[in-house]
Design a protein around this ligand. Sequence first.
Ligand code: GLC
Length: 686
Amino acid sequence: MIKRYKYGAVIQTDAVVLELDETVGAVAFLGQYDETAQEFRYRLDAEDLVYGLGENVRGINKRGWLYESRCLDDPHHLETSNSLYASHNFFMISGTETFGVFMDYPGIVSFDVGYTNRNELVIHPEDSNFDLYIIEGKNTTDIVMQFRSLIGRSYIPPKWAFGYQQSRWGYMTAEDVREVVSQHRENHIPLDSVYMDIDYMERYKDFTVDEERFPDFKAFVEEMKAEHIHLVPIIDAGVKVEAGYPVYEEGVEHGYFCKNADGTDFVAGVWPGRVHFPDVLNPDARKWFGHGYKFLLDQGIDGFWNDMNEPSLFYSEEHFNEVLDSIGEFKGKNLDLEAFSTFTSMVDGLANNRDDYKRFYHKINGEMVRHDRVHNLFGYNMTRAAGEAFEEFEPDKRILMFSRSSYTGMHRYGGIWMGDNMSWWGHILMNYKMLPSLNMMGLLYSGCDVGGFSGNTTEDLVMRWIEAAIFTPLMRNHSSMGTRDQEVYRFEQLDTFKKLIECRYALVPYIYSEFMKAALTDTMYFQPMSFIYTEDEQAKEVEDQLMVGESIMSAPIYTQNATGRYVYLPEEMLLIRMRSCDDYDTEIMEAGHHYVKAGTDEMIFFLRKNHIFPIGSKAESIAELDDSKVKLITFQDQDVTYDLYDDDGYSTDYDLERDITTVKISKNGTCTVTGSRNLEVTVEMY
Ligand code: GLC
C-alpha cells in the first residue's frame, strides 16, 4: 500500500507515473514533519536495517552514515564522501517496522541514517516543498516492487550492450579505435563496443565529429558494424559558446539555455571552456537538445553515454572573475596558515561550488526557477531528452543509453554507470555494494568502470575486476587519459583474460533472461542476500555477496594477492569455479562458512539448491552467440523449472509470455522444454 503526502508547492519532477490521492494527517511511521527544523525524525531500533539511497558510498545497509542527495562530480570520492554523481531519495527500514520512504524532492536533501545518533534517522530537505510516499508491504522485496510500479518500467538496452565493452579517454582517432578492435579480434577476445570519449568531437562540441580525426564517420560506423562493433559516443551537458556553432546559435536564438537572474545566458566552464547549459527542465529546450542526438543516429550510431550532467562546473564565469579580483590581494603577502587556507580554498572552491547553483535559472511552466531548488533533476532530464528523441526517431529500436547523473525517473530512459572510480581494490567492493541499491531504484542497466578509471591499474586488479563484473549488465573497461593502459591485450596473461571474457558470453543467456524478467516485472536483478534469506540473521550482515537473478549467488574476490575468500552459504549450494566456459569444476558445499580457493584466473559463484543455471557457449560478439542451445546446470533433489527469456534483442516489442521457454527437469533427470522457441538443451545434473 502506498500513501502520498504533499507538502508546500511541489515542483513536478515526473519521477512518479501513478497518480495517487493525497493522504492528510500525520505521516505513517514517520509522524509529524517539523516545519521549523525542516525534518522528519524516526527512532531506529537496535536491529533495524536501512536499505536504498541508490548510488552512494558505504554499505548495502546504509546505517551509520550521513548521506546527501546532491548530484556531484567528485572524481576522488572516498568512504567519507556524502554524495556521488546521482541522487535517489528512496530507502527502506527493515526491522521492528518495515516500510519504504520516497521523498520526491528535486533539491538537496540529507539523510542522517544513525550518524549523529545511532538510533535516529533524520530526513532534512532544503525547503518544505515535496511529495512524500510511504510504502507498506510484506517485506523489502514487496516494497521494492510497489515502489517500482510507482515510478514506471525500467529502461531496456539492446542485447549487444550485454557484451564486453572497451573504453578509454584517449582514443583520439579512428585509427586508435581500429587498433583496439583489431587487437581484440586478432586475439579472439570477445568485444561488442568501443566508446568514443570527448576527443571525437570538434573541440568538445556536442553533436559534432572531428572530421580530421574521424574522416567519413558514417562509413567508419559501418566498417565497425561489419566487425560487430558498436561505437558509443559521449555527450556532455555543456554546449560550447562559439559564434557560428549551430547548436550554440540555435540555443541562444530560442532562449533554450539556463539563464542568469537578469535573463542573460549563464556561463560556466567545462571541457570546451565557456559553455551554456541546455535548460533540459524546459520541455521545449529538452526536445530541441534531444533532437541533437539525431546527428549521430543518422550516421548509424545506436548507443550513447551522457556525462558531466550533475551538471559539473569547473567554474562559473561570474565566480571565476570574483576570485581573480580578490586573488591579487595575496601578492607579496606572508601567507600564514589562515591566509594560505583562504587562498587555496578560493581556488579549490571554483569547481562545483554550491553557491553557483544559486546563480542560474530554469524555465519551468513559464516561471524562472533557481537551479539549487531543482539541482538533482538535470542529469535525469538530459537523459530524458535523449530518450524522448529516441522514441520519436527510432520507436521500434532499442538504443543504448546510460548516464552519469540521475534522479528517480531517469531509470525509464537509461541506465547508469557509477562515475569516476579509482584503480583501487577497495573500489571493486564499493561499486559492488551499489548494485542492489541501484536496482531498488529501477536502475537495472548499471555497472562501473572495470579496472578503475583514475590511477594506474595492475594486471591482477583488472582480472579480479572482470571476474567481479561478470554478472553486471554493463561490463565496460574504462580508464582515464594519463593512466596505465588497461585494455586486456596490454597484459601478459592475455589468454586468461580471453577465457574469462568468453565466460561472460556463455553467461549471457542467464544474465539477459534474468535482466529482462527483472525489468518486465519490476523486480531486482541484484539483491542483498537478506532479501531472499529473510529469516537468516547472518545473511543480513553479508555485504560482499549478492544474489543474481533467481539461481546464482555471486562472491567476488576483491583483495590483492588473495588465493581465495571466505563465503557464507545460508543453505547448501553448488560451487562453480570457472576458468573458461568449458573448464570449470563444481563442488556441493553445505550451509555455513567456508574458505573457497580461487586463483586469479578463476572466478567463483554458487548455484542455489533446486535451481537451474542455463549457460551458452563462447562467442566473439553478441551477434555471434548461438542462442539455439543451452546447457542446464542443475543442483536438485526435487522437480525444478526455469523460465528462460530471450528475444530478438533489438526491437521494443517485449512479451514475457511469448518470449519465455520453460524448462522442467524432473527429480530423475528427464527434461521437458515448452515454449515457442526451438531450444536444444543438455542437462548437467548435481
Ligand atoms: C568524466 C567521465 C569519464 C570520462 C571523462 C572525459 O570524468 O566520468 O568517464 O572519461 O569525463 O570525458
